[in-house]
Design a protein around this ligand. Sequence first.
Ligand SMILES: NC(=O)C1=CN([C@@H]2O[C@H](COP(=O)(O)OP(=O)(O)OC[C@H]3O[C@@H](n4cnc5c(N)ncnc54)[C@H](OP(=O)(O)O)[C@@H]3O)[C@@H](O)[C@H]2O)[C@H](O)CC1
Ligand SMILES: [K+]
Length: 204
Amino acid sequence: MRAVEMAAIDSGTVTGLALMERAGAGVVASFHTNWPALRSGSARILCGPGNNGGDGFVIARLLHANGWQVQVVTFGHPDQLPQDARHNFNRLAMPVADGATTPPTQFDGDLSVDAMFGTGLTRPISDPAMASWLHCHDRFCAAGGAAIAVDIPSGLDADSGRVLQGSACARSGLTVTFHRAKPGHYLADGPEFCGTLHIVGIGL
Ligand SMILES: NC(=O)C1=CN([C@@H]2O[C@H](COP(=O)(O)OP(=O)(O)OC[C@H]3O[C@@H](n4cnc5c(N)ncnc54)[C@H](OP(=O)(O)O)[C@@H]3O)[C@@H](O)[C@H]2O)[C@H](O)CC1
Ligand SMILES: [K+]
């Protein structure tokens, strides 16, 4: 998937920014398809240090433009974000909470989005703050809340479908992935952590 994405960008047929915008818009569209009654409300979006977090910034901007109250929780310093994610961070017209220094609270809103890690997860999630915020997402999902994972539930290996050894990981009721499903969506722990799987095209 990463190779497909890079090949498309390198060929000049599409930019990473366009892919990110389509990915974020695809998640919002899938959300409305899966929870049609939730037309507006309050959303919490957990945004990690890479382009998965970048998708989260796009989702935050689109929901906010549609009248949602949005709480963006960031992990990692904005200056360290990859270019496309940084661009979408800068487009946010709302305050963000630093997940490393803001104590997580039980979420009582309408929509929780896990945009912490996607296909770039390289090791178990061991950071205590990240684990605590993911736990809130997982508890919200378990309580029947609208919980969405962007591309892959954070902590789940996209190839094997296993939770990385010792990693924090959160369940979602809906996982929205891009272009093609990954083996991890169907294998091992995948189905339990992904919930319903939507595959959205982003023009690859
Ligand atoms: N597939 C597509 O067409 C599109 C995918 N998009 C989205 O992009 C992500 C992949 O983005 P990428 O930046 O490659 O990866 P992540 O966002 O998952 O995160 C990578 C960063 O996270 C750090 N990292 C990795 N594991 C950990 C950990 N356990 N704890 C802390 N930090 C971690 C990693 O750091 P390294 O030191 O490992 O380099 C990176 O900083 C994809 O999933 C989609 O959501 C495009 O936006 C749209 C098209
Ligand atoms: K994710």
